[in-house]
Write a protein that binds this ligand. Structure first.
Ligand code: SF4
Length: 420
């Protein structure tokens, strides 16, 4: 099968970027184009990544901050992951859930346990979850995922359940849509086929084409909002950034709407992608696809989260547990990755306010059917900002009233007084 991830085009792009990394006239033109807020091609983005002129890199950073502020204002959307099961038949070398790992506690939540988990999450103040489960047709069939989504919506005031499960069929995506999911999220991990196949030596995920076409099938199945991502550090960041942007271009071309979100996890410790390169990648994604939300997890520590919030990230997780049942049961060795930012949701809300951001628990677009191209055209025309500001404020006030600590309420008072 021919793939929209054209290896030769990526190699040509990287060569073009190397050749032009000192072509400051071209770099200035690309930055000027990005200033129009209509995005950049993967080739243009690749040139910016290679650019080593301090002055131009500073301009890229400032522009990313400007675009972030223009489209997202001070709002930061909050969410939490919910791990349903760590049974998995895949062999992903970098993930402790892989089939051959005998040193991890295997666990799958019952519906009653899910109910306890979501009540715990609701009682922290969360309204938006990202559901996570390993791929295992026996332990985690689609029926289990659908039943779990139903349990969540019926038992707690959770208003948007995003789903991060393995690549599946159009028919199953249709079922997920029927269950009322928000965004379907799946990371490509790396776009480099050979590396991908080595890192995923066994299980259904080994099939690069089936995995990379999952968003096409999801959209065919009626899911409007899809979220893509790379695990930066598995392969060369320049290659993966190019592949990621080609993926966004492909979705836009075929379905008329690009990804709703891009996630930027990074392999840690960061010996493959330095903090500096990582921050630059975030800034470049921000200016290359200005309408796409960007997500960062608690893999990153507080300092890095602070830096990349300014450069483009619009959604962050808070108070996260990456173990199965971690919100209502003691830690038991079932976690997927170590959480670097271990603060509670309330502590993160307080911190965001002190940095001048407004935490948002809004899910209104989803509730009112503003998804897919309807959402994107509102963002592009600038019409979404009014909705967002009002909704962010209303949901944040709801959080303050129902869940915030006294200290956070006082910080919020100061935040609002300053804003007047
Ligand atoms: S990354 Fe996903 S598919 Fe791979 S082993 Fe982990 S849970 Fe399974």
């Amino acid at each position: 099968m021919g793939s929209f991830i054209d290896h030769q085009e990526i190699l040509d792009t990287l060569e073009y970027a190397q050749k032009n990394k000192g072509n400051y006239e071209l770099i200035s033109q690309i930055i000027a184009k990005a200033r129009e807020c209509k995005g950049l091609s993967h080739r243009e983005a690749a040139v910016l990544l290679e650019c080593d002129s301090q002055e131009h890199n500073h301009q890229i950073e400032e522009l990313a901050k400007h675009i972030k502020e223009k489209f997202y204002g001070k709002r930061i959307v909050m969410f939490a992951p919910l791990y349903l099961s760590n049974y998995c038949v895949n062999g992903c070398i970098y993930c402790p859930f892989h089939l051959k790992n005998k040193n991890i506690a295997r666990k799958k939540l019952s519906q009653d346990e899910i109910r306890k988990e979501v009540i715990a999450l609701q009682d922290m103040g969360h309204k938006r979850l990202a559901l996570e489960a390993g791929e295992d047709p026996d332990n985690n069939p689609i029926e289990y995922i659908l039943e779990s989504i139903d349990t969540i919506y019926k038992n707690a005031d959770i208003r948007r359940v995003n789903v991060n499960i393995a690549a599946t069929s159009v028919e199953n995506y249709r079922k997920l849509r029927g269950a009322g999911i928000g965004t379907y999220i799946l990371f490509q991990e790396t776009y480099h086929r050979e590396t991908y196949e080595k890192l995923h030596p066994s299980g259904p995920k080994h099939d690069y084409d089936y995995h990379s076409y999952s968003m096409d099938r999801a959209m065919e199945g009626g899911i409007d909002d899809v979220g893509i991502g790379v695990l930066f550090g598995l392969y060369s960041p320049a290659y993966d950034l190019t592949g990621l942007l080609m993926h966004a271009e492909h979705l836009e071309e075929v379905f008329g709407v690009g990804p709703h979100t891009i996630s930027v996890p990074r392999v840690l410790p960061s010996n493959k992608v330095s903090d500096e390169t990582f921050a630059k990648i975030v800034a470049i994604i921000r200016i290359a696809v200005p309408y796409t939300g960007m997500i960062i997890s608690t893999r990153e520590n507080m300092q890095m989260r602070e830096k990349i919030l300014a450069l483009g990230v619009s959604q962050i997780s808070g108070g996260s547990r990456t173990s199965v049942g971690g919100y209502s049961m003691p830690e038991d060795g079932s976690a997927q990755f170590e959480v670097m930012d271990t603060r509670t949701l309330d502590e993160i809300v307080n911190w965001l306010l002190k940095l001048g951001y407004m935490p948002s628990f809004c899910t209104a677009c989803y509730g009112q059917g503003r998804t897919g191209d309807k959402f994107m055209s509102m963002v592009k025309s600038g019409k979404i900002a009014d909705h967002c500001n009002a909704n962010a404020l209303a949901t944040f006030k709801e959080y303050l009233r129902d869940y915030a600590s006294e200290e956070t309420r006082e910080t919020a008072d100061r935040y609002f007084r300053k804003g007047k």
